[in-house]
Design a protein around this ligand. Structure first.
Ligand code: PRX
Length: 647
């Protein structure tokens, strides 16, 4: 049996959920009165500007509506409402790549957000419902922009700064955005890099919808200024620091965030204002034990969902201090993160297993050199954490005194779904433990029947709606229903299918086994095999290819390609050239790590590549599942043999 790690009481002063009994009581409250319990939390945590008249409208499943006709303003919730009592409290500590920091109080944040909101309205003529693309480094202006959009009801869609011009173009066009906000560039590892030329390129190859580009000057390098470009720094101080908080509907979209699916182009996941904010706020309090007096650091970039919910909206809604970092956690050395924890006396640290593995590899004893006693909760997200890494985090970073919360969730869920609660849940290394109160997570078999036996694998599903669930895929309602709600729909319930496999351990904890679809998880970043394959297939000598995830010691998974060539070529050269295409079409995060050239790929009789077979081969596992539909069974042994020879 795996060892249980019990929370250390003395670290927690008055946590929201104090112990297992209180946790059980909360489960019971939700079970006995689902809507009434949500109602109570919604009233307690959200400053409604006009009360809602219904907690949950499920008359048009799976298009659930939460807190119907309630009005709020997310910028008011995250900033303005804190001003009366806490105006000079620090909202954001920003640390630049160069180590210089800037402290932004709630008052200053409020003024910046208002000025930015006025800029959006006056200069860029942005109105409620318009889409604004944010393609920015991790600097405070990116957060002002998010909150300014929220304030006026514009829908932001942040594109991670590592995506290429073509990937940016696709997202801008799909969202039909009127405005792109970017920076001239920023700093990484002591060097300046550029972003604006990537926006220029994206606009050159498409995006007629874009009327203006707003450029924040950060590195002050020379840029080409075109007709559409407006410099933020020239205009921002001319705007009034005052702005109204218009009333927005609970169901109005707050943002779109593009994420990879198993097929086709990335999906613009659409989140709401009311339900999303409630769950962001509640999970900050429950999972991180976040208090308004805490200083908290989530290392995720705002280009990912973690950066949205847990670097910006969640911590600011609670009224805490959130740390925003421009640089790279291993620069100038592997002590950077620990130095920052000491310097800002950080109470909760939230990061990805890949970063923990990297920091450990570069400096296993580095945490000892710093005073990390301020830490109370250590979070992980985005990918499974192996036991060894978990134990290092727990023992070396937390000195065995902090709770480790392995949080399972997705872009689509908006916030945490499965996680230990730091003062209440006994932890098991490598397990996100149990679903949170208010969340119904079940493991179902292929036929929609509940899996109950320890160790039996099934599909992780969410069987009841929750407030922060995705509301739609932008512009593709059919795909929304098809991707998430068409499986395991038994007993008349609409069941949300997560795309992950899972099983129960001996404590009835949920252990996530990873994606069961064609999605790869590299360093906690989601990549669709179809997108990568589309690009790889563009190489002149690639006849066909299949891409899968191959286990990697640091990144969790690395991209591995099985390729059939039309002409014999040098493998190293092919890899190099394929990666040039991938860098151009998607970005550096999607590069192929290694490949195997084969004469044939396993296919069904109808010609579909059987990627699951290749997944098993890349994992060096026995090839499982039904092979009766395979066109030529001898291909499996042939590829296995070739793979063994090389890897
Ligand atoms: O496979 C799961 C994995 O990341 C996927 C969601 O990716 P994304 O939407 O990019 O969101 C990442 C940040 C929330 C999931 O389907 N995943 C996420 N958290 C965990 C995880 N796998 C194992 N353990 C986790 N804690």
């Amino acid at each position: 049996m795996s060892k249980l790690f019990y929370p250390k009481d003395y670290k927690f002063k008055d946590p929201k959920i104090r112990n297992q009994k209180e946790l059980q009581d909360l489960y019971d409250r939700f079970a006995n009165d689902f809507e009434g319990t949500w109602d109570q939390f919604a009233k307690e945590k959200i400053s409604w500007l006009k009360p809602y008249d219904k907690v949950l409208d499920d008359s048009n499943k799976p298009f659930y509506r939460w807190f119907t006709n309630g009005k709020l303003n997310v910028a008011h919730q995250c900033v303005d409402r804190h001003l009366e009592e806490n105006k000079n409290k620090v909202a954001i500590i920003f640390e630049g790549d160069d180590g210089k920091s800037d402290v932004i109080t709630y008052r200053k944040l409020g003024q910046k957000v208002n000025r930015t909101a006025n800029l959006l309205t006056n200069e860029f003529k942005i109105q409620k419902g318009d889409r604004v693309i944010i393609y920015m480094p991790m600097i405070p202006e990116a957060i002002y922009m998010m909150l300014a959009c929220a304030k006026i009801g514009a829908i932001h869609s942040i594109v991670f700064g590592g995506f290429s011009a073509e990937a940016l173009r696709d997202r801008i066009s799909s969202a039909a955005a009127k405005l792109v906000v970017t920076a001239d560039g920023a700093f990484r590892k002591g060097k300046s890099y550029m972003l604006k030329p990537i926006v220029d390129k994206a606009l050159e190859i498409g995006c007629e919808c874009v009327k203006k580009v707003c450029v924040v000057k950060r590195n002050f390098e020379e840029i080409v200024i075109g007709d559409k470009d407006v410099i933020y720094n020239d205009l921002i101080d001319l705007q009034s620091p005052k702005a109204n908080s218009p009333l927005h509907d609970s169901e109005d979209p707050l943002f779109l965030l593009y994420t990879s699916g198993s097929t086709g182009k990335p999906k613009g996941i659409q989140h709401s204002m009311g339900g999303y904010m409630l769950w962001a706020h509640l999970t900050m309090e429950w999972v991180f034990d976040l208090k308004p007096t805490d200083t908290y650091w989530c290392t995720a970039d705002i280009g990912w969902i973690t950066g949205h919910t847990y670097a910006v909206y969640g911590p600011l809604s609670v009224g805490a201090t959130t740390v925003i970092f421009e640089g790279v956690p291993t620069y100038p050395d592997a002590g950077r993160v620990w130095k920052m924890v000491e310097e800002y006396s950080i109470n909760q640290l939230y990061t990805a297993p890949t970063l923990i593995r990297t920091l450990r590899q570069h400096g296993p004893t580095e945490p000892e050199k710093y005073d990390l006693t301020s830490l109370r909760v250590l979070g992980t997200v985005g990918e499974p954490i192996d036991e060894e890494t978990w134990l290092w985090y727990y023992n070396e970073v937390g000195s065995g005194n902090c709770s480790v919360v392995d949080t399972w969730w997705q872009t689509e869920t908006g916030g945490h779904m499965i996680s230990p609660l730091p003062a209440a849940t006994p932890m098991v290394p490598g397990s996100a433990t149990k679903h949170l109160p208010g969340i119904w997570a079940e493991i179902l078999d292929e036929n929609g029947k509940m899996v109950t036996k320890v160790g039996e694998k099934g599909l992780l599903c969410i069987t009841r709606p929750w407030p922060s669930m995705a509301r739609n895929i932008w512009g593709d309602t059919d795909r929304f229903v098809e991707s998430y709600f068409n499986k395991n729909d038994f007993a008349g319930n609409m069941i949300y299918f997560t795309g992950d496999g899972a099983f129960y351990d001996e404590y009835h904890n949920i252990v996530i086994t990873g994606r069961v679809d064609d999605v790869i998880n590299v360093s906690g970043h989601r990549l669709g095999t179809a997108e990568i394959e589309d690009s790889v297939n563009k190489h002149f000598y690639v006849g066909e290819c299949a891409v899968v995830g191959k286990p990697d010691k640091i990144k969790g998974e690395a991209v591995f390609a099985f390729i059939r060539l039309t002409e014999p070529c040098d493998e190293k050269l092919i890899l190099k050239e394929i990666n040039i295409i991938l860098k151009r079409e998607i970005g550096s995060i999607a590069l192929v790590d290694s490949l195997l050239v084969v004469d044939n790929l396993p296919k069904t009789r109808s010609g579909k590549i059987m990627r699951r077979i290749l997944r098993d081969i890349a994992k060096k596992e026995e090839v499982k599942g039904d092979l009766s539909t395979i066109e030529d069974p001898s291909v499996v042994a042939y590829i296995q043999e070739k793979f063994k020879e090389k890897y």
